[in-house]
Design a protein around this ligand. Structure first.
Ligand code: ADP
Ligand code: MG
Length: 399
């Protein structure tokens, strides 16, 4: 789960990281009021969306008066901010953060990530702050410094100092760097984060080390341990398909293709997507309906997959181990009777009681396209989708 910049700053401030003074606003008037309340002469109005790259996309504006704040907000509120991280549809701006403008002397990139190769938390930093890490690693890879944290002892101060020196931070500010790095590390581990990114971490003209931007991602599976973090969820920033799936307890990731997938098991779902691609199609989603594929779950999955208007064929791929194919087939039949499905449906069943399952599908009288193997299913799904397109009509699976 991602959270907003202002939320991440509040979280990190609780762990001793210095952040600029700022306040949240839901309207242009409130933003101007917040700035007056804060005082000062220059403010930065920042669109709150779950994506970076806002600066270049018009989502971060420096203002020197009430009027300028009002104008900046008028442009931002309600807009779909498109940055290189949002995808082409952008993300809606419903909140802005008004922050005191900070006199920047230097910008540093700082990121905490889970490195799967070393199986450790890794700190990645670069003196080339302000640029995105992808750009830095493409253009200035030599500027990147790394530190790996040994979990048994945690992040040591000497590692922080080493990192500060490698980044060319002057000795008088090293202690502030240590405090910042330790604060981020503690927030990362204590709150089960999977990513903390401060880009930029700045050194101000008056020699303070400040997190000017903040991004945090949390492990969804650990949110139950952190209700105060779970509360920060903002569904307006999520793919609506994924938000619906999460509410229904299904593992769903929306993709750009048009063959909807209903599969039990994450590994099988990955293999199904690969096979669809090999057959010349594009999957519309990853969906793992889990082990116990009850008729209700299958129906929920159908509703979810079909709510994506790009879906032009549905491939159901079930391998019944603990499950039984006849139960799953009953579920599919029931789902197809309950849910209006107006695209071709391809079903491949394998495993326990497969013959009984096939019989149930055949007897149902529903126009289900059956397949015996995964590759056959993928070919038939791609074939049905293409055929469907060329005929310019949609097959009705259910009246
Ligand atoms: P994003 O990464 O989404 O573009 P940032 O919060 O990093 O958004 O802001 C982009 C740039 O705007 C920063 O690199 C910094 O130069 C400037 N900026 C952001 N906040 C402030 C601030 N409070 N004071 C001064 N400059 C700021
Ligand atoms: Mg940034």
């Amino acid at each position: 789960m991602d959270i907003h910049e202002y939320q991440a700053k509040e979280v990190l401030a609780g762990f001793g990281v210095t952040v600029p003074e700022g306040a949240l606003a839901y309207s242009p008037e409130q933003a101007a009021y917040r700035a007056r309340e804060m005082g000062g002469e220059r403010w930065v109005v920042k669109a709150q969306v779950h994506a970076g790259g806002r600066g270049k996309a018009g989502g971060v504006k420096v203002c020197a008066s009430d009027v300028e704040i009002g104008e900046a907000c008028e442009d931002m509120f309600g807009m779909k901010l498109v940055t290189h991280q949002t995808g082409p549809d952008g993300k809606g701006v419903y909140r802005v953060y008004v922050e005191a403008a900070v006199p920047i002397a230097r910008e540093i990139y700082l990121g905490f990530v889970l490195d799967r190769t070393t199986q450790r938390i890794m700190i990645v930093a670069s003196a080339e702050g302000g640029m995105e890490i992808e750009e830095i690693s493409a253009e200035k890879p030599e500027s990147i410094v790394r530190a790996v944290v040994e979990p048994a002892v945690g992040l040591r101060d000497f590692q922080c100092r080493q990192m500060a020196f490698k980044l060319g931070v002057e000795p008088a500010l090293v202690q502030q760097m240590v405090r910042t790095l330790q604060g981020c590390y503690r927030a990362f581990t204590e709150l089960d984060a999977t990513m903390v990114e401060i880009n930029p971490l700045v050194i101000t003209e008056d020699s303070r080390v400040i997190a000017l931007d903040a991004k945090m991602t949390f492990d969804d599976n650990a949110l139950f341990r952190h209700p105060q973090i779970a509360e920060l969820r903002d569904k307006s920033q999520e793919d609506p398909r994924e938000a619906r799936a999460a509410d229904r307890g299904l593992n769903y990731i929306g993709l750009d293709g048009n063959i909807g997938c209903i599969v039990n098991g994450a590994g099988l779902a990955m293999a199904t997507m690969d096979t669809i691609k090999m057959a010349g199609g594009e999957p519309a989603n990853f969906l793992d309906i889990g082990g116990g594929a009850t008729p209700e779950r299958v129906a929920k999955a159908f509703r979810l997959v079909l709510s994506d208007k790009n879906v032009q064929a549905v491939l159901v791929n079930i391998f019944a181990g603990i499950n039984r194919c006849d139960w799953v087939a009953e579920g599919v039949v029931q789902a197809l009777r309950d849910v209006k499905v107006d695209v071709p449906v391809i079903v491949r069943l394998a495993g326990t009681n497969v013959d009984e399952g096939q019989k149930i599908l055949a007897k149902s009288g529903l126009p289900i396209i059956r397949a015996n193997t995964l590759s056959q299913a993928a070919e038939r799904a791609v074939g049905a989708w293409k055929n469907d397109l060329s005929q310019g009509v949609t097959m009705r699976a259910v009246s």
